[in-house]
Design a protein around this ligand. Structure first.
Ligand code: DN4
Ligand code: BGC
Ligand code: ZN
Length: 360
């Protein structure tokens, strides 16, 4: 492939550049042009050097960023895709462990997988790239439009709820229909993943709260109202929301002090899913009384990372359902469109950001 414009970094040290780069020898029977690429906490973490697990592809002194993409097929040698199709490329590419070989590289058991734009594989923030058909998921629902770019971050949320379902058999239901109505979910953070978690949490029937340690902008307040989600400012209300304990805690902050503060407010048989990562978060002390609390209440602490093809497909179904249910309010998840070359976006979050996207 010739020279193309790309955002790149030097992982894991960080930094951000936009320039033409030369990448040779990438295979693929489909040529893709990104339409939109989203920016997320992971991209900013790589750029500011706080994700030590990121690394450049072998033989390169840089890593092309970008793992959240909505692309158009430009040329296809695959019977599965035609020019003009809209697709989302998978982030994680399997290694050779048993889980990778059965299509679950999200549960890779030896760490030898790769992730586009994150670990050892160039990402999607570039003018065009090649990929193989088996790494692509088609966006069938044309009504999704730009919202298709949320497929990738939504697939993480779908997988985390799969984890919730696996460990929820000892959950106590409190109505005769065994639904989750009346159970409380608290999501720490108010970024794009947090809002996507809140949407699925509402679908499950949880009374849903999202939380930050400062107030949120009006667009986010409007979004909470549209999605029937409650916002909590922990600086003003540290003890939380009408007192009743939390049944499902989801963290998108990666901040151990905040996480354990709210673990101590969890219900018997509660489930906490850890999802955010921030190696620069302040160190927090966990005491024996914290451990007692978790043990005595049968609380489950579960990590969840990435997702498999099945979750991308379910994410597309979720997005279609939310589009029908919430209409224009869902479009408000995209809070800004940027042009290739804007670098400040990686260093500073725009006010009120839910999802910033680059239009190629
Ligand atoms: P984001 O938009 O940076 O979201 C992080 C949110 O946490 C922001 O709203 C932060 O607030 C908020 N936050 C930070 N510290 C605290 C605190 N102490 N108390 C309350 N809220 C806090 O990023 P994102 O939504 O794109 O991703 C969320 C996290 O998940 C990132 O750490 C990603 O690296 C990670 N992630 C993991 C996976 C995976 O495991 C996938 C995608 C992302 P503010 O002050 O910035 O408003 O597969
Ligand atoms: C991506 C995941 C990936 C994770 C690595 C996220 O932003 O969405 O696919 O596994 O970063 O931490
Ligand atoms: Zn991401």
């Amino acid at each position: 492939m010739g020279e193309i414009g790309a955002y790149y970094t030097d992982a894991p040290g960080g930094g951000i550049n936009f320039n033409t780069v030369k990448i040779s020898g990438e295979g693929g029977n489909v040529l893709l042009k990104p339409l939109l690429t989203g920016i997320c906490g992971t991209d900013r973490g790589i750029v500011n050097g706080s994700l030590s697990f990121a690394y450049n592809p072998p033989g390169y002194s840089f890593l092309v960023l970008g793992h959240e993409s909505l692309c158009e097929v430009v040329e296809s040698d695959s019977p599965q895709f035609r020019k003009g199709d809209r697709v989302v490329p998978l982030v994680r590419r399997p290694g050779e462990c048993p889980n990778c070989l059965i299509g679950r590289p999200d549960n890779c058991s030896d760490g030898n997988k790769h992730e586009a734009g994150i670990t050892g594989l160039h990402g999607f923030m570039r003018g065009e790239f090649r990929d193989f058909d088996h790494n692509l998921v088609r966006v069938q629902d044309n009504s999704l439009g730009d919202i298709g770019v949320l497929t990738e971050p939504t697939k993480n949320v779908v997988k985390a709820f799969e984890v919730f379902e696996r460990v929820s058999s000892r959950f106590v239901y409190n109505n005769s229909l065994s639904t989750l109505e009346g159970k409380k979910a608290l999501i720490i953070g108010t970024g794009s993943e947090a809002f996507l978690y809140s949407l699925l949490s509402r679908d499950y029937g949880f009374e849903t709260y999202i939380l930050n340690r400062h107030d949120i902008e009006q667009n986010k307040k409007d979004m909470c109202a549209a999605f029937d989600v409650n916002f909590v400012n922990s600086a003003a209300d540290r003890d939380l929301i009408n007192g009743s304990p939390i049944d499902l805690l989801i963290d998108t902050s990666g901040d151990p002090g905040t996480i354990f503060h709210y673990v101590r407010k969890m219900n018997y048989n509660g489930i906490a899913i850890l999802f955010g990562t921030n190696e620069r978060a302040p160190v927090a002390t966990i005491g024996g009384d914290d451990i007692d609390y978790v043990v005595e209440r049968n609380i489950t602490l579960a990590g969840s990372v990435d997702a498999a093809r099945i979750h991308y497909l379910k994410a597309l179904d979720c997005l279609s359902g939310w589009k029908r249910k919430y209409g224009k309010a869902l479009d408000g998840m995209i809070t800004g469109y940027y042009t290739p070359g804007d670098m400040d976006l990686f260093m500073h979050k725009p006010a009120g950001e839910i999802k910033s996207v680059i239009r190629w």
